[in-house]
Design a binder for this molecule. Structure first.
Ligand code: JCF
Length: 677
């Protein structure tokens, strides 16, 4: 290997070590991680890989040569009477089976071993020394050999007895346990911190560690910390103690120490795996966070026989749950069209295991959300999947962004049907405007078209629509009018009689009203009320289809969003074609459904704003009278307003009208306009 290569490796190793030291400091000393565990693991693995290639570059102070946390110089350092060991980890049933097999081989037993199983709390381990039943010292685990003296802080935990109850305790006793912060307390505390403008904690584990390692014990006292005792250190060989772990936990409880109520004795591998599964199922609703379960050989004599390997006991195992966060790369961003036409960006990922499943697609919800998170093609992202929750992109790892990472634009055309994608101003969701002809929206469009308050086609239910679309017989609403009874009867589970009934119902639906027809088209934001207003305003379909967004906004209650959807819908050639075929198939409505103005009214074509209370008629009646005379009612006054009708207690609209020089009518003048003769 060449010298430049070696120099390059050295530079990269230096960079990684500096980064890891920085993040160690953030995590262990400041309790304020800047990156996720998954990202940290990547840095560590990169360093390990480089050091494996260049072993002579390994130094004793490399982060790879150290285990556990560094003690903060702010606290006194204490050496544990007996080292606090870590636990071997398992992630699969096979690893648990291998553990159990080793235990049985070493113990020389054939039958199932009795284990004590417990939830593995996500907090920080502590050691408590009791002399003659009195708490004399409390320490964090630190690196397992020595930790920090946090006695004053631990003494503030209400659940931590300063004196043991009873009298049958060993004169010198070391109790080990896990300090944690319950979820509810964590959320409440973070909210308090946020309101006070202070730094919030990333998770309950960091919150517990940060709260316990406060220089001022009064701060710790205000934090919602709890703890559970899980075992004994020094003093555990006292012959007066019970002979199983489970009974010892019972003894600890008798001395007034809190022990997790979920701890249980189980038998053999089957018992272990059942316990693991049960806790996983209950995980989300537990009042504290757990990252796995712990198994311990129950008989103390067996534990002693099994002993230790390097830093972990042979008689215990941590069976961890899959990490809920993982790091992966965005390969592409695709756009999916939902059944209501919503166009949703979906990140295609390099497949990654997270939360126990392989994730290769994750929804980015909508375009704004994608931009807010600034997700680009080629980006490295943190993906999270907690419990059964749908996986999500937590954030982009900006430092890993390649120079050519590409921003993704909202498509202008629907990937399913090619129709225009519209996104009215102020709307988060972009939608395909090819409603009637878009394959992604086909079934939903048909279901709505046939519904009772639309075309009211009795018997054309979800199942039948499904069958008609899936068999290729129906693509859009116009196809319904070409269906014959034999065709329907050929569908599975369709009796001849009901086929005939449905064909008759379809035929009957040809005679409809303009408001029903407009509503049936399923134009976004056009409900029954808007359909009625549109029908009244335009009188017939052709002028409505020809109206641009501005003309549409002259209709009362039609604002920029609704008008954009309507205009886009009628602009779409596919939709126009379906409408033409519907009319050709004989769909019709009485011309009289639109009351055309009897004689030319001075209100014809005028924009009117109503404000205040009229004595003789309600606001709705006034509006109807104006619409019936070919006028339009809008909500706000602008320079384009022709009349403002001001009743009792008219407010700011009246002021605005005066300011803009708009003609103001009182009630009498308005009534006069309604009856010009
Ligand atoms: O809940 C825990 N995090 C936990 C950690 C529970 C235990 O029973 C443990 C532990 C670490 C070491 N037991 C050992 C021996």
């Amino acid at each position: 290997m060449s010298v430049p290569e070696r120099a390059q490796a050295q530079a990269e190793i230096d960079r990684l070590r500096a980064a890891i030291r920085h993040h160690d400091h953030c995590y262990y000393v400041l309790d304020a991680p800047e990156i996720s565990d998954a990202e940290y693991d990547i840095l560590m693995r990169e360093l390990q890989a480089l050091e494996a290639n260049w072993p002579d570059l390994i130094t004793p102070d490399s982060p790879t040569q150290r285990v556990g946390g560094a003690p903060s110089p702010a606290f006194g350092s204490v050496t544990h009477p007996e080292p606090m060991l870590s636990l071997d980890n398992a992630f699969s049933a096979a690893e648990v089976e291998a553990f159990d097999r080793r235990v049985r081989e070493r113990l020389g037993v054939d039958g199932p071993v009795t284990y004590c199983a417990e939830p593995k709390l996500d907090g920080l381990a502590v050691s408590l020394l009791y002399e003659n039943g009195r708490l004399v010292r409390g320490a964090t685990r630190g690196d397992g050999v020595s930790g920090e003296d946090v006695t004053a802080n631990l003494r503030t935990l209400p659940s931590l007895p300063l004196r043991l109850a009873g009298g049958d305790w060993p004169a010198f006793l070391e109790v080990r346990g896990e300090v944690y912060m319950p979820r509810a307390g964590f959320l409440a505390m973070n909210q308090r911190l946020q309101e006070a403008g202070e730094r919030v904690f990333a998770n309950p584990r960091n919150a517990a560690a940060g709260s316990l390692r406060q220089l001022d014990a009064r701060v710790t006292a205000r934090r919602p910390l709890r703890w559970f005792a899980y075992g004994l250190g020094a003093g555990s060989n006292d012959p007066a103690l019970p002979d199983t772990h489970f009974k010892r936990l019972g003894r600890l409880r008798g001395w007034g120490l809190p022990v997790c109520p979920l701890n249980r004795r189980v038998s053999g591998v089957a018992g272990l795996l059942a316990y693991h599964g049960e806790m996983q199922a209950r995980r989300a609703e537990l009042p504290f966070e757990i990252d796995g379960v712990v198994y311990k050989v129950d008989a103390v004599a067996s534990q002693q026989h099994l002993g230790f390997v390097s830093r972990a006991p042979r008689w215990a195992l941590a069976h961890k749950y899959a990490a809920e966060e993982a790091v992966t790369r965005v390969l592409a961003v695709a756009f999916q069209v939902g059944r209501t036409g919503a166009v949703t960006p979906v990140a295609r990922l390099a497949p990654v295991a997270v939360g126990g499943v392989i994730v290769s697609n994750v929804s980015l919800h909508n375009f704004d959300e994608m931009r807010r998170k600034d997700v680009r093609i080629g980006d490295t992202v943190i993906v999270r999947r907690a419990g059964d929750v749908i996986p999500e992109v937590v954030r982009v790892v900006i430092e890993e962004r390649p120079d050519d990472a590409a921003e993704v634009a909202l498509p202008t055309q629907c990937p399913e049907c090619g129709a225009a994608v519209v996104r009215p101003e102020g709307e988060a969701i972009a939608r395909c405007s090819g409603q009637l002809a878009c394959p992604a929206q086909r079934k939903e469009a048909l279901r709505h078209f046939a519904s009772r308050r639309a075309m009211d086609i009795d018997g054309l239910g979800d199942k039948l629509i499904e069958a008609l679309v899936d068999s290729g017989r129906v693509h859009d609403p116009a196809d319904l009018y070409g269906l014959g009874a034999p065709e329907l009867a050929a569908l599975p589970r369709m009796a001849e009689k009901s086929a005939a009934n449905i064909v008759a119902a379809i035929a009957r639906s040809r005679a409809t009203t303009l408001p029903r027809f407009l509503y049936a088209l399923g134009i976004r934001e056009v409900g029954e009320a808007t359909a009625r207003t549109l029908a009244a305003h335009f009188g017939d379909l052709p002028p409505l289809m020809a109206a641009d967004a501005e003309a549409l906004q002259a209709v009362s209650d039609v604002g920029p969003v609704v008008s954009a959807h309507i205009a886009a819908f009628f602009r779409e050639p596919h939709n126009r074609e379906v409408i033409a075929r519907l009319l050709a198939a004989g769909v019709h409505w009485p011309a009289t459904s639109v009351p055309a103005p009897a004689k030319a009214s001075p209100l014809q074509g005028k924009r009117v704003v109503l404000t205040g209370t009229l004595a003789g008629l309600t606001r709705e009646q006034a509006k109807a009278e104006i619409l019936a005379r070919g006028g339009a009612v809008s909500e706000s006054v602008s320079a384009r307003t022709d009349y403002v009708v001001a009743g009792e207690a008219a407010g700011s609209k009246l002021d605005k009208a005066r300011a803009l020089g708009v003609t103001v009518l009182d009630e009498a003048a308005f009534l006069a306009l309604l009856q010009p003769d």
